[in-house]
Design a binder for this molecule. Structure first.
Ligand code: DX5
Ligand code: ZN
Length: 214
């Protein structure tokens, strides 16, 4: 696993009225990716961003767009998010019925990187059959739906078991409650991508906050 950790700030905590300047601010602060939280009000109890917004963001940045789909029936929307210019498309294992492999295939058919995500109550073992077919596993370290919640350490620990299933290096990303302390714990157990919303956007010095996560 490479030493370099990817920092993917979540724009869920940004000022939506000034999205362009918020994204420029992330770029200047040396963010690696832009994490975009898509919520449908069904899979999670909140509504956020759709494909048209991803398309608008694509026009103003070259940073990889890490699109996290917290939606039911992800297969219906993958095309929209792919054509909008996503780089990574991550769907939830819990939202896939018996069609996990079809969803993976669909994302790959658009030449996009595939991520599969698990909620706090889903064991690592559930996605064992799929981890060697994806580019990234996203482990939720809070219940998905809202920013600013407390990090659940035992969720991050699933990374250790997941790694034992892997035949190749993939990205293992965590999302929820990441700050400079919880980031340290995650990096120590081999997690190599960190999503952070509140910590990055509530800091006085965004560049310093991002650097402190590395
Ligand atoms: C939660 C989202 C996260 C969230 C992280 O459902 O998937 O990306 O914005 O926010 P913080 O870092 O504030 O916990
Ligand atoms: Zn997310």
């Amino acid at each position: 696993m490479s030493e370099k950790v990817i920092i993917a700030p979540s724009i869920l905590s940004s000022d939506f009225a000034n999205l362009e300047s918020e994204i420029k601010r992330l770029q200047n602060a040396q963010a690696d990716w832009i994490h975009i939280d898509v919520m449908d009000g069904h899979f999670v109890p909140n509504l956020t961003i759709g494909a048209p917004v991803v398309k608008a963001i694509r026009k103003i940045t070259n940073l990889p767009l890490d699109v996290h789909l917290m939606i039911e029936n992800p297969e219906k929307y993958i095309k929209d998010f792919a054509l909008a210019g996503s780089d990574y498309i991550t769907f939830h294992y819990e939202a896939a019925k018996n069609n996990v492999l079809d969803i993976i295939k669909q994302i790959k058919s658009f030449d996009k990187k595939v991520g599969i995500s698990i909620k706090p109550n889903t064991p690592a073992e559930a996605i064992k059959p799929f981890v060697n077919d994806v580019d990234m596993v996203l482990i939720m370290t809070v219940e998905p739906g809202f920013g600013g919640q407390k990090f659940m350490k035992e969720c991050a620990e699933k990374a250790v078991e997941l790694k034992s299933y892997l035949k190749k290096d993939i990205i293992i990303e965590v999302d929820g409650g990441i700050n400079n302390e919880t980031a340290k714990f995650c990096k120590n157990i081999g997690i190599n991508a960190l999503v952070a919303g509140n910590y990055v956007f509530s800091s006085d010095d965004m560049k310093e906050a991002i650097a402190s996560l590395r």
